[in-house]
Write a protein that binds this ligand. Structure first.
Ligand code: 4AD
Ligand code: MG
Length: 441
């Protein structure tokens, strides 16, 4: 029966102490009286008997009810929170090992009807509508799995980087000088000064190699990207690394190991979640090829796409390259003029830089390189790029304190998750995406 408040208090105490999860019951529990809490996903009313499907964070269970309980259930809208107590019994249902013969039901929290979206996914909603009701959208297992996977991958990345002797750091996101140059900066009033939201931790992470040698940071960064694409947001998460005494080739080794070990781990320990993503693209790799920018130009030429040396690889060009190199591949040794001021060029061929991008098909996942560590040369680089060395004086002075040669990279975490979860739009893998149009919720 549906309980009144006095009894309900007792049941609330009982469930908080003894609550069982949907996925934890099997034939060994037959005959036991157990309590569950969850959301009423489905209710099939056959008149004399009814079946409910209730979802918690581990999955769904089926409950069977009759009599007074059945009429009580008719008053409860789908997606409301209920406490269910009952005895476990065998079932004829295909998808369940056992079911709960329901003895008590309590309504804990009522959901409105109709809801703005159908979290079961049976009635399809547009991505925009789903994002408007994101908290509710997460009741869909496929969607919540994206965010569980995201969380697990963060854990794997941290574990991997600790094993390589990196220290996790937190640098300011309110900054006084642009880190990456360029126009895509968000500026705002900071007391009586002008401040910016950090585009990357670039300058700080380089400085920190001086005291900590190997650092990494996982954080949100901000870019006023006016383009409306499926891979750009104004706020995105990046995994940045920086290491003293390593070269860009060593950083590519680290990135390669990180990608391969993450994917392998997912398929071993997260295979059930991965199955949801139907990742038929087979993202497993055992080595990531390194292709020079020059070779890419040759490849593109043979495909009828002519790009002059020094020009960036356009979207159509990257799409064509993505057809040749379908999975992960590095594009290395980019023209110096295409890369930021902090990237070191090659000794004898200064038009080429010691840089790389990691691509997945047409999608850029990582940018990195060996850095300039000489303060005079760095000053000249700033001038060449039209930047004022005076604005970088805090940064430049650290280069006179025994700055080690160093290299690093930034991995676009949301884009990496897109690949792992087989998502075609970055907004699918970010809880509350920010772009030119979207500022809420
Ligand atoms: O290529 P980016 O701009 O490189 C840097 O920020 C350097 N400081 C990294 C370094 O250490 N040299 O950004 C790094 C990665 C990109 O490859 C991309 O995956 C991601 O961050 N990214 C974005 N992701 C989503 N939305 C945006 N607007 C992004 N901008 C960059
Ligand atoms: Mg880049």
């Amino acid at each position: 029966m549906l309980l009144r408040s006095q009894e309900s208090n007792r049941l609330q105490h009982e469930y908080s102490m003894n609550r069982r999860f949907a996925s934890s019951i099997d034939k060994n529990h037959i005959g036991q009286n157990l309590t569950f809490i969850g959301w009423l996903e489905d209710f099939r009313d056959m008149g004399k008997i009814g079946f409910i499907s209730v979802r918690d964070m581990t999955g769904n269970f089926q409950g069977v009810l009759t009599g007074e309980l059945l009429s009580g259930l008719r008053e409860i809208p789908r997606q409301s929170v209920i406490v269910v107590n009952g005895t476990i019994q065998d079932t004829r249902a295909e998808n369940f090992q056992v079911e709960v013969r329901v003895e008590k039901v309590e309504l804990l929290s009522r959901a409105i009807n109709p809801l703005p979206i159908d979290p079961t996914g049976r009635v399809k909603s547009s991505l925009d509508n789903r994002l408007d009701s994101r908290a509710l959208d997460l009741r869909n297992f496929k969607i919540s799995n994206i965010f569980r996977t995201r969380s697990y991958v963060l854990h794997l990345i941290r574990k991997f980087l600790y094993s390589k002797m990196f220290v996790e750091v937190n640098t300011p996101k309110i900054i006084g000088t642009a880190t990456e140059g360029g126009a895509d900066l968000f500026g705002f009033e900071y007391f009586s000064k002008k401040a910016f939201l950090a585009q990357s931790p670039q300058l700080y992470k380089e400085q920190l190699t001086l005291g900590l040698e190997r650092v990494f940071e996982i954080s949100s960064y901000f870019r006023a990207e006016p383009s409306h694409t499926v891979r750009h947001l104004s706020e995105f998460v990046s995994v940045d690394l920086e290491a003293a005494f390593l070269q860009y080739g060593d950083i590519m080794d680290i990135v390669q190991d990180l990608i391969i070990s993450t994917i392998n781990d997912l398929y071993v320990h997260y295979d059930k979640q991965m199955a949801y993503f139907e990742n038929k693209q087979d993202i497993m790799v055992d080595k990531i090829p390194r292709i020079t920018y020059e070779k890419c130009l040759e490849d593109l030429k043979s495909l009828g796409e002519k790009i002059e040396f020094g020009d960036d690889l356009s979207d159509p060009a990257l799409k064509k390259l993505g057809e040749i190199y379908s999975k992960f591949y590095f594009i290395i040794d980019w023209p110096t003029k295409l890369k930021p001021f902090y990237i070191l060029e090659h000794d004898k061929k200064s038009e080429f830089s010691r840089s790389f991008d990691l691509q997945y098909g047409y999608l850029e996942i990582v940018s990195g390189g060996t850095r300039e560590h000489d303060s005079e040369r760095l000053k000249n680089k700033l001038l060449e790029k039209g930047l004022n060395p005076k604005s970088f004086s805090d940064h430049l002075q650290t280069f006179e304190w025994g700055m080690p040669p160093h290299s690093g990279c930034g991995l676009g975490f949301d884009r990496f998750i897109m690949i792992l979860t087989n998502s075609t739009n970055i907004r699918e893998v970010v809880l509350y995406p920010r772009d030119t149009e979207r500022l809420s919720p």
